[in-house]
Design a protein around this ligand. Structure first.
Ligand SMILES: [Fe+2]
Length: 438
């Protein structure tokens, strides 16, 4: 049978195809209609695609038994692979290699899938997620470029390409692709998001507020990552325009509260609270609630980008025991993590995390010393340029709080020049310039 994008699927069950289609649309469109894949796979165990998607869903759900669930489906997929097509076998191989920590092999399979089977948009999206977590923007765009000709009529494909272009700093092309996606299909939250990235990078904050506000009604049906992350972007525009009250209100009403147990919701909340504090805003006791949820996490050590920010929340929330456990677990990742990411844990995530803890303790010299070597390879921990900008702000603050104005000024000057000076950057630059010459 064929799935919604015309890919052959080894099954005779309408129910399996329906579940695969719902899963595919939810994954690419950031929806919530995933769960039917479990039952469909249980009733149709010889379908390798359904079983693989069950495994992927197992990895997404953040419960203590997530790996057990994932492996049940991945093992089923491995058994079914022998009776499957080459595309299906490649998908099984890609995800099984990823589960085993062989990211090089996994990415090789995803590249092959995109080149040989460009109609397989779901695999391209999964491959992009892997590249994103490795900070490999080139890989992310390459995958989208392979599949775009086969998906000229699919809004999501243009959205996927738009974000790859944006991260590769091809901003005009990125905006064009994202606007095209949104015109084709108004509810394309990833395309809305790509335009927000372009506008924040170019300092077009007022436009960004108009763009995201006008589309925010489309996000209600999104999963909690996309919902809170797009609202986070809108709050970021307000924050950088020094509309602090508005940013804090968005934090309370949209960024924090959708699913407080989920990693990405927590990261959006931590990132916004931290930036608000750097801007001098009193965030009250908001860290307590976030730190409570972070300390209740059943698993950490998933992505360095996440752990680094969990640590700051735990430090700000006074969760010393949980913080020490997190740091000990991060140390283990220098041995246990997939080969491709061990360097990122050891050389970047761990020293940066220790820097953030020092920063939370008011030890700015310590923060500077620890963060200095980590800054060089910050991209390797994953996340977007806009997300990682927080760490650059922490670096600048560490200098400023030691009155190292001469070192901070060129960095602030570069920010002002590069982004047409949103109010927050401009006012900080002027203040530091005055302090330096006083
Ligand atoms: Fe983003």
């Amino acid at each position: 049978m064929k799935d919604l994008y015309g890919n052959d699927v080894t099954t005779q069950s309408e129910k399996t195809i329906d579940a695969i289609n719902r899963f595919t649309t939810s994954l690419i469109g950031y929806g919530t209609d995933f769960a039917a894949i479990f039952e469909a796979s249980d009733e149709d165990p010889n379908c390798a695609v359904a079983a693989t998607l069950g495994g992927i869903l197992g990895l997404f759900i953040e419960t203590p038994d997530r790996l057990e669930i994932a492996d049940k489906y991945f093992n089923r997929a491995l058994e079914a692979a022998a009776m499957s097509t080459e595309r299906e076998q490649l998908l099984v191989e890609a995800m099984w290699a990823s589960r085993q920590g062989d990211l090089k092999k996994s990415l090789g399979c995803f590249r092959k899938l995109a080149a040989l089977y460009p109609r397989d948009l779901l695999s391209a999206k999964m491959g992009q997620t892997h590249y994103f977590n490795l900070g490999d923007d080139e890989g992310m765009l390459w995958l989208a470029d392979q599949v775009i000709d086969a998906h000229q009529e699919t809004a999501y494909a243009h959205g996927m390409r738009a974000f790859g272009l944006e991260q590769m700093s091809q901003l005009e092309e990125a905006e064009e692709a994202a606007r095209r996606a949104t015109e084709m299909q108004r509810c394309e939250p990833w395309a809305h998001h790509a335009v927000a990235h372009v506008m924040v990078t170019q300092g077009r904050h007022e436009e960004g507020i108009d763009w995201m506000s006008s589309l925010s009604g489309e996000w209600d049906g999104c999963n909690s990552f996309m919902y809170t992350h797009n609202w986070w972007h809108l709050a970021l525009f307000h924050l950088e325009r020094e509309e602090f009250k508005k940013a804090l209100t968005l934090y309370d009403t949209h960024v924090w509260g959708r699913d407080k147990t989920y990693s990405q919701d927590q990261i959006n909340a931590i990132s916004l609270l931290w930036r608000l504090e750097i801007a001098g805003v009193d965030v009250g006791d908001r860290w307590t609630d976030v730190a409570n949820y972070v300390s209740d996490r059943s698993f950490v050590q998933d992505q360095p980008f996440l752990d680094m920010q969990y640590a700051f929340a735990l430090a700000r929330g006074g969760k010393e025991l949980e913080l020490n456990n997190l740091l000990a677990g991060m140390e283990m990742m220098t041995v246990d993590a997939p080969q491709m990411t061990r360097g990122a844990w050891e050389d970047v995530a761990i020293p940066a995390t220790r820097a953030f803890v020092a920063y939370a303790d008011g030890d700015y010299a310590g923060a500077e010393e620890l963060l200095a070597p980590a800054r060089e390879n910050m991209q390797s921990i994953g996340g977007s340029h806009a997300q990682r900008d927080l760490f650059e702000q922490v670096w600048i603050q560490s200098l400023l709080r030691q009155n190292k104005f001469d070192e901070a000024l060129p960095l602030l000057q570069a920010r002002v020049d590069f982004r047409k000076a949103p109010e927050l950057d401009l006012h900080l630059f002027e203040k530091v310039k005055a302090a330096a010459s006083a």
